[in-house]
Design a protein. Sequence first.
Length: 291
Amino acid sequence: MKDPLDHLTIRDTVTDDIVSLRTMHARAWRDTYPSDEHGVSREWVKERTDAWLTPEGIDETKVRSKEVYGHPDHLHKVAVLPDGTVVGMIHLARKEGGYRLNALYVDKQYYGTGVAQRLMEAALAWSDPTLPIDLQIVIYNERAKAFYHKRIRRETGHGSGVRRCHTGNYDGTERRRKMKLEGKPFENSAFCRGVGYAEGGASMDIAKIELTGRYPERGWIMNEVSYELAYVLQGNGDFIRDGQDTLRISGGDVVSIPVGKKYAWYGNLTIVVACSPPFDPAQHKFLEEAR
């Protein structure tokens, strides 16, 4: 029987593939990731993938591709039809102690045809069979989990021809990753309330804060560990830094708050504050000084 994929070619990705590749990639995201149960809306996925296909998005991909396509530490291949249409892609990269599978996507109409398997076989042939491959899968992508466990199962020894596969965390357990984080409400004072967003192990966090007066109500605050960057979404008020300089701020302004600098807010403001490393109340020091 004739192989239904005889017309398909697996080859190295080149710059001329980018438009077709990104178009397929965007369709694959839209088919895979929307999940009301896990807080990932179709609108969010569409908005993000639409940006890939703008002239600016294509140009950005072309710039990034120069560090990947043809690089000895990266395998980047596509599955293409005779007319050059990309229907699948894979990206495997070397890292310390093994490899990281950055992407494997196939157009939905080619599910179950063997395209993904051929791409994976190309990656496995390129890599060292004695080293593990790390990858991450969203918790609700059952199709992907079944594919990887079947193709590159975990094992404790070598020599069987079966590759070890670390899914999610390095201990081999799946890491629960959400594209949409759940916020944690907080109240610092009667005039300062907000919602914080953080992911375990991340190097930063972010919070949306509503100010309706002075915070702190008297004296100053100082972050002894984290650098903070604040963006004013709306409103008007004052940012008082180092206990002396007063800056008038309003929507669109950005305030940089270095580590160890005392400051206070005053006004009716909605701000977004990013902290790196993540915020911890223990590192926030209150200084009792008169204004």
